[in-house]
Design a protein around this ligand. Structure first.
Ligand code: PRP
Length: 213
């Protein structure tokens, strides 16, 4: 049985659609309940519904064999897992954003609000820029509006949240998409099942790419 950590929410729905289309369906997942574990012994899969930011933790510790997680989280937390494939969904970018009229004062320590502490530290240290990080867990866009920070580092997808809060992208740090990851020992001990899943995922991606041409 392969244990798959599925991120709850919009990305998870897309991931499940992809997995079920290549033979890993588990119809019970559509049941309207609060269950977090769903299995289908017929095709040897068990889905674990977890918070998107926790997927890599479940996989790193082996509570799940494989999972799907945003590259943003991999870059930020650097979990010890195998990153096997870019699934080409959940596309967005990690960016620095600030008020529409923002002008940087390079003589001041920059106050950056974010939940991506690792990425933020790496990015600004590569620029040799001194910063103070204000760690928030959500609604990051509020911080510069209230003067809690100068800028934010956050996910930008459509740009709507920034626009509606009179913020703008100042610089893009890195493009982001969903990645298929595996636990290191599962990759050895369940190698056949994981290789089979990986091959089917690659096939569906190349089929989609052909259709897009
Ligand atoms: C994310 C991110 C932005 C928003 C960007 O928030 O933190 O707020 O999406 O999307 P957009 O560019 O399409 O507007 P999410 O909804 O995941 O909630 P969060 O505040 O908990 O991070």
């Amino acid at each position: 049985m392969l244990n798959i950590a599925l991120p709850k929410g919009r990305l998870g729905d897309q991931v499940y659609e992809m997995f079920s289309s290549i033979g890993y369906e588990c119809a019970a997942i559509y049941e309207d309940n609060r269950k977090l574990v769903f299995e289908n012994p017929e095709n040897d899969v068990r889905y674990l519904l977890v918070k998107p930011s926790d997927v890599a933790i479940y996989v790193e510790y082996g509570a799940a064999d494989v999972g799907v997680v945003g590259k943003d989280i991999l870059l930020d937390a650097k979990p010890d897992v195998y990153e096997l494939l870019d699934l080409n969904i959940g596309k967005c970018r990690l960016a620095v954003a600030g008020p529409e009229d923002y002008i940087e004062d390079r003589d001041q320590v920059l106050r950056v609000a974010t939940k991506f502490v690792g990425v933020t530290k790496d990015y600004y240290s590569s620029l040799n820029r001194e910063i103070e990080i204000i760690r928030l867990n959500g609604s990051i866009e509020l911080a510069p509006i209230l003067g809690l920070s100068d800028v934010i580092v956050d996910i930008v997808e459509s740009g709507k949240t920034l626009r509606e809060n009179h913020l703008k992208v100042i610089s893009t740090i890195v493009p982001v998409s969903a990645r298929f990851i595996a636990n290191r020992s599962s990759y050895l001990f369940k190698s056949e099942a994981i290789a089979d899943m990986l091959a089917r995922l690659k096939e569906v991606l190349s089929r989609d790419a052909d259709h897009a041409r």
